[in-house]
Design a protein around this ligand. Structure first.
Ligand SMILES: [Zn+2]
Ligand SMILES: [Zn+2]
Ligand SMILES: [Zn+2]
Length: 281
């Protein structure tokens, strides 16, 4: 039933009594579950149901493709027309996030993915200096246009080891390949070994043999012990690692840079609707 102005309704889910604007409209009547509860349910499903998430992501991707540029233009016009309001909103949002203890993405990356920031900065500076020229062609699909530098390792020695991909190829790759940095607790893994060139080499060698986890023949006692430690450690990480390399990430920081492969779910496209809202046959 459609609610009239001033009328209130109790949400069937949370029990709160709200006016009409608190409830969404479906068909030609107001819902009995409030907007807040509907959104909470949606968010929960999105976070826990991979098939649902895939279908939403696909629908949004298609929507973005249809409206490419129009949102950006409209948002920019709005921002310019409402400059003061916009900056006030932003600072409110900033304070709220800070009070809630939400760490900004760029800060999170620095602690969770050591070496990532440095790897990206290296390329950024090299482009600025003219040491590297950003190509105008994707190395994967040959499409011409803007390219992004893709790292497959965040180790210091691999900072220039990049592949130039178009935005789409880069996104496609990371949709099922996740970059992780595993910080190696020096006391637990390295000790009693030293982080010197010799031991680092053995450690790297062992990591490279993953995921087979087979002991190569002819190891001496030191090598065997290190291999064993590394394999135990990798087993505990429990992932579908397709690339692992151990080494120096930042000054004094050693760790494993990894790529974890998680097969993508095939998205079921959302049901199409006709203009009048009815489902097609
Ligand atoms: Zn509710
Ligand atoms: Zn491409
Ligand atoms: Zn990448």
């Amino acid at each position: 039933m459609i609610m009239i102005e001033g009328e209130t309704r109790q949400c069937k889910k949370c029990g709160e009594v709200k006016e009409a604007y608190g409830f969404g409209i479906t068909g030609n009547s107001h819902r009995h579950v409030c907007k807040k509860c509907v959104l909470a349910r949606y968010n929960e499903r999105y976070a826990t149901d991979p098939v649902f998430k895939a279908s939403i992501d696909l629908a949004q991707k298609e929507k973005r493709a249809r409206h490419r540029g129009t949102y950006a233009k409209r948002n920019k016009e709005y921002r310019e027309a409402n400059k003061e309001q916009h900056s006030a909103n932003r600072s409110i949002k900033y304070r709220e996030r800070k009070a809630a203890g939400i760490v900004p993405r760029y800060k999170r990356v620095r602690t969770e993915q050591p070496g990532k920031q440095a790897a990206n900065d290296t390329i950024k500076h090299a482009i600025k200096n003219g040491t590297i020229i950003r190509p105008n062609k994707c190395e994967q699909c040959d499409k011409e246009g803007h390219t992004e530098a893709h790292h497959h390792s965040y180790l210091k020695e691999d900072r220039f080891d990049i592949k130039w991909l178009c935005i789409q190829c880069h996104r496609d790759y990371h949709a099922d390949h996740f970059m992780h940095v595993v910080l190696v607790d020096v006391d637990k893994i390295i000790a009693p070994y030293l982080v010197d060139e010799y031991h680092t080499k053995i450690f790297t060698e062992a990591v490279y043999n993953f995921p087979t986890l087979t002991m190569p023949p002819g190891l001496n006692n030191t090598k065997f012990a290190i291999y064993e430690k590394v394999f135990n450690f990798m087993t505990n990480l429990n992932g579908n690692w397709v690339y692992c390399k151990y080494g120096l990430l930042l000054r004094d920081v050693y760790g494993i840079t990894t790529i974890r492969y998680v097969p993508r779910l095939v998205a079921t496209p959302p049901k199409e609707r006709n203009k009048n809202g009815s489902k097609p046959n």
